[in-house]
Write a protein that binds this ligand. Structure first.
Ligand code: SAM
Length: 359
């Protein structure tokens, strides 16, 4: 893993709609879940279903340090102080709060955060490369501020659709989408390591256009948390927040934090040593960073480590795979996948979900 990309925090807010994982995995208190950490949002969201254990894994140590700091904040703060500390609410005293939290962090996480005070003072919720990129891109929308305000404050879904089709979706928007869909930009300028795995024949522009049209036609942008990241740079007061950020779930999550174990490793290496059968897999879009051989080797180990009838939920972004062709034990549920692809409130993913047929 020599790429520096995988040593910084790339994702810090919620870039996924965990409701999809909840529907696919149907977790119960008996479940042992293997879950990619990413921003930490999904493992924390899944705690609302109180599984026996969530093994939260990421090969990027910084993503796990982020989760460790979020966990420390839940442990020691009430909701108001938590929301201020992470950056959901404004605050000028995050570094003072950090002094109280730091001693409860694992030593490596403490070293990491001691070296990144600016990420803390700015609010860890929006400190990721992706969240900062979205905020940067939003600056390009300045000339269209008035139309954007109309769009995100539309009084009804019908009015929103009308503004999208008649005012927003013009040559400027399409030009912008073409620009951000350009593979050269991601490969050579942003240097996103996943960019080289996108098949040359995959039309990124057509895909993004279709998915964002789907967003505008089906989701209320005023309350949708992913739309707020894209069009407002962060969650506004009217946002339907991800589960783990909702005040009504705060105590529930605080009481279940012991159920999360954080592991820095690749999925594949961890699965070689997993000591208990895993009943559910929340795999995010690990295909985005896995060449085909790594992807297949990882799936082989997932099947080996799976408990009988284990459920899985994998997201596909721009790299679409069909693991069932190689491994017949993978039973994809097409009806479920289609529902998730249509209803997921982060709209840019399709799904590979189902169960593993194993006795
Ligand atoms: C797949 S990315 C997508 C981010 C996601 N949308 C989110 O909001 O968290 C999530 C994380 O997976 C990690 N990752 C990717 N492939 C992995 C693997 N094979 N083993 C462990 N972690 C992996 C990356 O470091 C990244 O932090």
């Amino acid at each position: 893993m020599p790429n520096k990309f995988f040593t910084k925090i790339n994702y810090s807010a919620s870039n996924e709609d965990s409701e999809s994982e909840r529907k696919a995995l149907q977790l119960t208190p008996q479940d042992v879940v293997l879950c990619i950490t990413g921003s930490g949002a999904r493992p924390l969201d899944l705690l609302v279903d109180a599984p026996q254990k969530i093994i939260s894994i990421d090969f990027n140590p910084s993503q796990n340090h982020l989760l460790a700091l979020k966990i420390a904040a839940y442990r020691h703060l009430d909701y108001q102080a938590f929301a201020e500390f992470i950056g959901l609410y404004p605050s000028n005293s995050r570094l003072v709060t950090y002094q109280k939290l730091q001693t409860s962090l694992p030593p490596k996480a403490q070293d990491f955060w001691n070296g990144h005070p600016r990420l803390i003072s700015g609010g860890i919720l929006y400190c990721g490369t992706w969240e900062r990129l979205l905020r940067g891109m939003l600056k390009m929308a300045k000339p269209r501020k008035k139309t954007l305000q109309q769009l995100i404050n539309a009084p009804s879904l019908e009015a929103q659709k009308d503004i999208w089709t008649k005012k927003w979706d013009n040559w400027l928007w399409r030009g912008y989408l073409k620009l951000i869909s350009n593979q050269f930009l991601w490969k050579h300028i942003v240097r996103e390591p996943g960019a080289k795995l996108i098949p040359k024949t995959f039309d990124v522009y057509a895909y993004m256009k279709q998915r964002l049209d789907h967003m505008a036609m089906n989701f209320d942008l005023k309350t949708n948390h992913y739309a707020q990241l894209i069009f407002q740079g962060g969650y506004q007061p009217n946002c339907a927040l991800p589960h783990h950020l909702r005040p009504e779930n705060y105590t529930l999550i605080q009481n279940k934090l012991e159920n999360i174990e954080v592991i820095t490793n690749t999925l594949s290496s961890y699965l070689d040593t997993a000591s208990q059968p895993i009943t559910a897999f929340s795999l995010s879009d690990f295909a985005s960073y896995a060449p085909l051989d790594v992807y297949q080797a990882t799936w082989q180990k997932i099947i080996q480590a799976a408990a009988p009838q284990a459920r899985f939920c994998e997201r596909h972004y721009l790299v679409k795979r069909n693991p069932e062709k190689q491994f017949p034990a993978i039973q994809r549920n097409q009806a479920l996948e289609e529902t998730l692809t249509q209803t997921d409130e982060t709209y840019i993913y399709s799904f590979c979900a189902g169960h593993i047929a194993k006795n």
